[in-house]
Design a protein around this ligand. Sequence first.
Ligand code: SF4
Length: 456
Amino acid sequence: MQEMSNEVLLERLATLATNGPRYTSYPPATAFQPVADDAVRRELSTIGESSAPISLYVHVPFCRSLCAYCACNVIPTRDRSRGDAYVDDLITELAMLTAAIGRPPPVVEIALGGGSPNFLEPAAMRRLIAAIRAYTVPQKNMRMSVELDPRTTTSHQLDTLALLGFKSLSVGVQDFAEQVQDAIRRHQTAKQTQWLIDTARAAGFTDVNIDIVYGLPCQSEHSFGETLDAVVALGPDRIALFGYAHIPDKMPHQRLVEAKGRIPDAYERAALFVFATERLERAGYVHLGLDHFARPDSALAAAADSARMVRTFQGYVEKTSDVVLGLGTSAISSSPRMLWQNHAKLEPWREAIIARKIPVVRGATLDRDDQIRRAVIDRLMCNGSVALGSLCRKFGVDAGTYFARELARMPEFAELAKLDEPTHTITTTPLGRLLVRNICMAFDRYAQSGTHSPTI
Ligand code: SF4
């Protein structure tokens, strides 16, 4: 990046930015096809035959109100009793999954996301975690993480979560500027956020992530710079810098975002992204991949250094297992052979569970080609490079033959990646690291444009 002027860099980013998957999975969720209950049961049985550890992801879809920019699967409600009923169903779903696995599986990670997991009252949270502990075999040093909304989390909840063993939390900030918060209809002060982080750390949390978003209306470098400084002052271990995906055709409530100001164009998005990246790096954060930054002494930075960082539905995370089981509405499960997603809407998810059916709606069974391409895209997303020769050998194929078409296209990506012919190693340039999804799309059998978020 340093080799080109800022103007040229922004022009190249804006020009080359395309719509592509975020590659939190391969095949991407947009390529999922209908999947039946018995296919998932067979896969769960296969998982049960190995002693492989699993990660559990639990989706809690409720939020007290709907933020205008939100693209998550959310049910806005103030009726907290809905959380209790939801936990009942989650427990039934977990019991059904462990029965299909054939034994209580060893669990190395529990991640609660949403929505707002803190929508659950402390008693409901205790009940959920007790059930997970009863139906599985929690492993020593099991990682427990939770997404929390500083506007609605109480100190009682933080104490409860800490006592249950949670040590890692993720908090959404997006932007502290008032005009931006007006536009996205989410009002949250730096003071509230500071309170949450300080109280959590005092209760025993040791790992904090903050999400911020660029590409929102009314964002200027000056105002975003103030937000970045305020975020750095909060001392998070990790920072996720997401580009706003404006998809009002799929998320009609996002039209409200347009009411307060114009959505930044590709050049303005690129300028905000580069500005934020440089500011965070100057503040001592390491740019680990596409949209994630971490303090050099953080667990995620250590994982990146030792090639243990992977990209999942939660973004870049430390690798804990090859199998993720998702519980709750819209949750996605993943194994080396299959991906499957639950019903996104509460009613069909619940009806399936009551009928003692796996609440799956769609997914993908990975053939060998999918597995090879998944490994390639994972390395590109996490390392910014991939040694196709050695990777393909592990799958018993020759890289030059198998990827002849893709390798022939590499000159198209000369600005973004260098190809070492003898080893078929692709290494992204500094510009290509920022646009790595463009290169991944060349290896994506399902690549299609128009239904994804911009790469910058
Ligand atoms: S709190 Fe998060 S998940 Fe809930 S509506 Fe706002 S952005 Fe969406």
